[in-house]
Structure formats: C-alpha cells, structure tokens
Write a new protein. Structure first.
Length: 90
C-alpha cells in the first residue's frame, strides 16, 4: 500500500534573496525521489518565501531544503492541514 504524500510548508525569512532563490532553482532539479514541488512564491520585498513540497516526510523535505537554501534563510517546516485547505488534494 502506498503512503499518501504530505504537503510540507516551508516558510522562510530570507536573509539573501539572490542566493536563496539561486539555491532553490538549482535544487528543483534534484528533488528527492517522489517529491513534487507544488508552489514557490516570495513576498514582493523578497524578505519572506513560501514553498510547498509534497513528499512522504517533513524531515526529508527539511534536510533537502536546508542543504540548498538553509544558509540564506531561517525556515520553519510543518505539515499542511489538507482537509481544511483550499486547493490542495485531500
């Protein structure tokens, strides 16, 4: 039986906008097996970012994200409540 993917929210306070997004652009082609990057968006001033990655584990997403962009932002990770979300599969 396949485990349902978790939608992991990565909320970042960005310290270096250019380096942060360059790291994530490179990371996009190196997603962990089975991961799907659903959303990547920044605030207009570039100081905040929201990324949503569907995968089996919050911890795997955290390790992946920190490897590629962790030095350029402080990021919180948590599982989305898909049952109460708009636009995410339940």
């Amino acid at each position: 039986m396949r485990k349902e993917k978790t939608h992991v929210l990565a909320l970042s306070a960005v310290a270096d906008e250019g380096e942060f997004w360059n790291g994530l652009k490179k990371a996009h082609g190196r997603l962990p097996a089975g991961a799907v990057w659903k959303l990547a968006v920044a605030s207009k001033d570039g100081t905040r970012a929201v990324n949503v990655i569907a995968h089996d584990s919050v911890e795997t997403v955290r390790e992946f994200f920190e490897t590629h962009a962790g030095a350029h932002a402080t990021t919180e990770y948590f599982e989305a409540d898909a049952a109460n979300a708009v636009g995410l599969p339940r």
